[in-house]
Design a protein around this ligand. Sequence first.
Ligand SMILES: [Zn+2]
Length: 492
Amino acid sequence: MDRKYKIAGAAAAGAVAAGTAVRAALSKEKKESFEPLPPEKVDLERYRKNLSDAIKIKTIADKHPESTNWEVFDEFHAFLRERYPLFHEKLELTVINRGALCFLWKGKTGDGDPIALLAHQDVVPISEGTLDDWTHPPFDGVDDGEFIWGRGALDMKNHLIAVMESVETLLEEGFEPERDVYILLGHNEEVMCDNTDNGAVAMCEYLKEKGVRLDCIIDEGGAILPVNIKGVINKDLAGIGVAEKGYADIEVAVHAKGGHSSQAPNHTALGKLANVIRDIENHQFKTKMSPMLYELFDKIARNVSYPVKLVTCNLRLLVPALELALGYVPAAASMMRTTTGVTMASGSPQANVLPQRASVIVNFRIFPGQTVDDVIAHLKKAIRYKDVEINLLPGWKNPSAISPTDSRCFKALERICRGMNPNTIVAPYLVMGGTDACHYQDVCENIYRYSPFRVNTSLLMTTHGTNERIPVASLEEGVAFFKRYIKELSKA
Ligand SMILES: [Zn+2]
């Protein structure tokens, strides 16, 4: 390089470094005052007992209503009635689709659009052959003092019972909301059923018929995660899910003549399919830093300690490098693009039979902004072999809209989380799985997915898995959060 350019380069580098240092010094979490909140009364013993007993009722739904064991849902409803008498006395109940419970808590003034708190009553079954791996049986609701164990402890009887507790306690304290408050408890969130059978879809239809628009919704989603890297950051991250990914299973199949395997051609249907799979995998969707992910990174970057901040405060400059690098880390890439997972393959029914049809299922988790149609178009373009069959399988859904982070509700969430614990970063994120909340988009723009329980990542991994459990220490905060949420958001 020419000396002149070297000097100019050095000067530019010096200027950037100086700028970086200044920016790092300035780049603090925006100083907003979050008043510490006064303590909330929580009946922790009652909550523990009721959560533990709720887990004992095996509320597993089936995708066909006629195969659902309604007795357990009746039992669960009777249990809620018995444990939460004031709740059932003061709130108006409409049962929808046999199992979904739509409670309305009439507001004093009725001014302002109603708010809604969502939860689902159903849980997933345990995987076959895993019963013996459980430390405590999955439907015994064991409370060993440290954890409450069992299916639904995290997903999401903890959340549902915390909502019940918060309303019951607020009623005991004589609280009256100004706006209407809906408590909407779906009964088949965990199963892929027809839309008409889905409790959440039916409850949304019911609200639409009544002409109800909701100001905001809170449902399951993010949790409070400790983020602790020695010398860099030590914070609690409250992730508020502002959107969820779409879902599609697409079958891709190729055909061939078949016949006896003793006279096999160079490439059977499976051989041709192998090329198709390579085309699909070699044409991954592009990773892109979305505004919500940028906001998440930015909030974390503002909270790291000084030497690291020299790098992170230049987030905007780092975006192209991050997009590229994170594309190679599956967990990170999933936050930045539509993911492609080739899963179930099938060929011929027997070892000595050439396949006449070979197929794979490709599972896509679709990034907000794209649709199932975009995914199909992408597949058609990526696959060079044109004699393929592409079939969209039932159970697909487009991604949700993205809820704003400057709404009344998001700001209140931030105020409450920070008010309860000033060491919290509140940031938006993209939910990878599905929730009932996405079915309410026709009646609400401000949909947030957040479970106010402090858990670590390894515990979160027990969701839908073995030894699902929740720390007893996280429970009180959960109820206190919902009490504050209702008090704050039900103001007219
Ligand atoms: Zn769930």
